[in-house]
Design a protein around this ligand. Structure first.
Ligand code: KE4
Length: 428
């Protein structure tokens, strides 16, 4: 595979940008080798600077659920840019998208737009603290909520991949207010609540974690969290930056029928543009400035071009709910093909799939939490990643990420992924 142009760009990039990338996971440190620089993408296919074509299973870490360069989204953006790119003043587009979000995600009665998932989760925690008057919050080990200081405490995703669970620069003062509990473990939550009476403002988690690989909630887990929060006056925050509008029009909370008090959103909400949002019950969100005392702001929050892209994407998803059945069927086809391959090869790697998210853990354990995810053979994952790349399949460059399927992935492409998987595993 020719990679000379990517190599040249990477060397140049490293003279200006830390590690040559604007987000750590892109550097391929978790899988070895140098990153490929992408030139363009259309539908299910991405093309790098050396003309190599790949089936894309990252889809910008979730946003490109309708495939790359979707005509309706491009048209909406092209139309919006004619009227200038930004005003720093309210626009009708922000009212439209807020209306749509609150109708697609009923637990969200009020919503504030921001520019990233990190901003959304940082703000949600601040509001929960302001609303309850309490300082501590419970984070689930292995869940990733962006790079806000109070989350980089045995975080998943990038921090986990970088082997640096407690990032330097996070103060002890910050860390003391973050309590940690394993995923799928209600007893640990009960223990933390008992040990910190009337001090816990919130519990935040990915309802379906995608940042330690994809992990499915055990039956009753989300319902149990809901009850513990109700019984103890704790704000339940679902971080649906990844699962929002992906697992169902109303996200994981719709799929599992458990309503949080607050929800954080991102990725799909911007249609590929930098957008995040946080929202929830009116009585909580009324604490947000300017109506309430909790301050949060953003120069480009609700940016009209980003709103146009987000609205176009959300409208398509909202108007065509059958999209989700199609995504689930294609993704289940891939997962079934992977399991058939593993059986044929006598391998017991663990494949998980839910909706249009899936992954394969290089461990024989039925992964239910962060500790079990970490038992995966990350070296073998790196070899597999490179073998799939050579066969034209671009996976997320880390064992601790989920794969994202778009509507552009047809049955023939799904079967191509499955046959590349078999061939790649045979080559290891
Ligand atoms: P951003 O600040 O990257 O927009 O969102 C942070 C975030 C918050 N919550 C969840 C559940 C997330 O998955 C993310 C970001 N996801 C990673 C993918 N694992 C983004 C990829 C990256 O860091 O480059």
């Amino acid at each position: 595979m020719k990679i000379s142009n990517s190599k040249k760009l990477f060397e140049q990039a490293k003279t200006f940008i830390p590690g040559g990338v604007n987000s750590p996971v892109r550097a391929f440190n978790a899988v070895g080798g140098d990153p490929l620089f992408i030139q363009s993408a259309k539908g299910a296919w991405m093309v790098d600077e050396d003309g190599n074509r790949f089936v894309d299973l990252i889809n910008s870490w979730g946003p490109m659920i309708l495939g790359h360069a979707h005509e309706a989204i491009e048209e909406a953006v092209a139309k919006a840019i004619k009227g200038s790119l930004s005003f720093g003043a309210p626009t009708g587009a922000e009212v439209e998208i807020a209306d749509l979000i609150t109708s697609m995600v009923p637990s969200v009665e009020r919503v504030r737009m921001v520019n990233s998932g990190t901003e959304a989760t940082m703000s949600a925690i601040r509001v929960a603290r302001g609303y309850t008057g309490k300082d501590k919050f419970i984070k689930i080990e292995g869940c990733y909520h962006g790079h806000g200081d109070s989350f980089l405490i045995a975080a998943g995703s990038g921090a986990l991949t970088m082997g640096n669970p407690n990032s330097p620069g996070v103060t002890a003062g910050t860390a003391k207010d973050t309590l940690l509990a394993p995923y799928n473990d209600l007893t640990s939550i009960e223990t933390l609540i008992a040990a910190n009476p009337d001090q816990i403002a919130a519990i935040i988690l990915e309802p379906v974690p995608g940042n330690m690989g994809l992990i499915i909630p055990n039956v009753g887990y989300l319902e149990g969290l809901r009850k513990l929060c109700d019984d103890n006056g704790i704000v339940l925050i679902f971080d649906e930056v990844m699962t929002g509008f992906r697992l169902a029009p109303g996200g994981a909370q719709e799929l599992f029928g458990v309503s949080p008090d607050m929800t954080t959103l991102g990725k799909i909400i911007g249609g590929g543009m930098p957008v995040g949002a946080y929202g929830g019950k009116k009585e909580i969100m009324d604490f947000v400035s300017p109506v309430g005392p909790v301050y949060q702001a953003g120069t480009l929050s609700g940016n009209p071009i980003a709103m146009a892209a987000g609205m176009a994407m959300l409208n398509i998803l909202n108007d065509n709910p059958e999209i989700y059945e199609g995504l689930n069927n294609i993704t289940a086809r891939i997962a079934e093909g992977f399991n058939n391959n593993l059986e044929q090869l006598g391998l017991d790697y663990y494949v998980t799939q839910l909706g249009s998210m899936f992954c394969m853990f290089f461990t024989g354990t039925k992964v239910q939490n962060f500790e079990e995810a970490k038992m995966s053979d990350t070296t073998q994952f790196g070899n597999y990643f490179k073998a799939m790349l050579e066969r034209g399949i671009y996976l997320p460059p880390s064992q601790f990420e989920a794969h994202f399927v778009s509507t552009s992935i047809s049955e023939p492409i799904a079967d191509q992924i499955v046959s590349a998987h078999l061939d790649a595993l045979k080559s290891l």
